[in-house]
Design a protein around this ligand. Structure first.
Ligand code: HEM
Length: 180
């Protein structure tokens, strides 16, 4: 996993709980925490940090990942405003994830291995988003989706209808505006 993801986690944790909390997490996970944005680090390190946060906060790991994703999106919007500015709504933005945003990320961060998304746009009231990654961080993806909904001030229901953790070949989310 690229260091930028660890940098975002550090910023989100430090903002919510203070710098000392991040240092304590690193100690508990037995990591030195010298993450540079372009560096590549073992996926096990992010899993270990999420595990420590989950134990410390008495929250399931999936909740930690969802929280992290949601809080990280405004930081990504600050760093990469161009990806957001070209859209008026969450649907338009999300639809560029696989053909613009993450391919661009691959150029900016050599060695990056972002997840693969697919989209079913056959319904106008509902966007079905498929997520596939050997890291199985679908909860992080869901948190990012909520962050995108916050960014565009557009309330969205996100329901996961299929999950790799339950043996599916990929995860599927249904994303739709709340019913009137
Ligand atoms: C400006 C927008 C975004 C940027 C710059 C960005 C960038 C990145 C980067 C650098 C990584 C690390 C890849 C690696 O280390 O191999 C990553 C991973 C990831 N991204 Fe994005 N991303 C953006 C938006 C999103 C959105 C909107 C979603 C979901 C809806 C998303 C879902 C994920 C997930 C779940 C991962 C974790 C890796 C995995 O699951 O295998 N990203 N992204």
């Amino acid at each position: 996993m690229k260091g930028i993801v660890f940098n975002l986690l550090e910023e989100v944790v430090s903002t919510a709980y203070g710098d000392a909390a991040w240092d304590q997490m690193l100690d508990a996970a037995d990591l030195d925490g010298a993450y540079t944005s372009l560096g590549s680090y073992s996926d096990e390190e992010i899993f270990a940090l999420v595990k420590v946060a989950s134990q410390t906060l008495s929250l399931p790991e999936a909740d930690v990942l969802r929280w992290f994703g949601r809080q990280a999106m405004p930081l990504l919007a600050k760093r990469y405003p161009a990806f957001f500015a070209t859209h008026d709504d969450a649907r338009g933005f999300l639809l560029t994830l696989n053909n613009i945003i993450h391919p661009e990320v691959r150029k900016l961060y050599p060695g990056a291995r972002p997840p693969v998304f697919d989209f079913d746009t056959s319904r106008t009231d509902l966007l079905a988003i498929g997520y596939n990654s050997s890291r199985r961080l679908c909860a992080l993806a869901e948190g990012f989706m909520h962050g995108v909904s916050d960014y565009y001030s557009q309330p969205l229901h996100v329901v996961q209808v299929q999950c790799m953790h339950q043996g599916a070949d990929r995860c599927i989310f249904h994303v739709q505006p709340p019913l009137p």
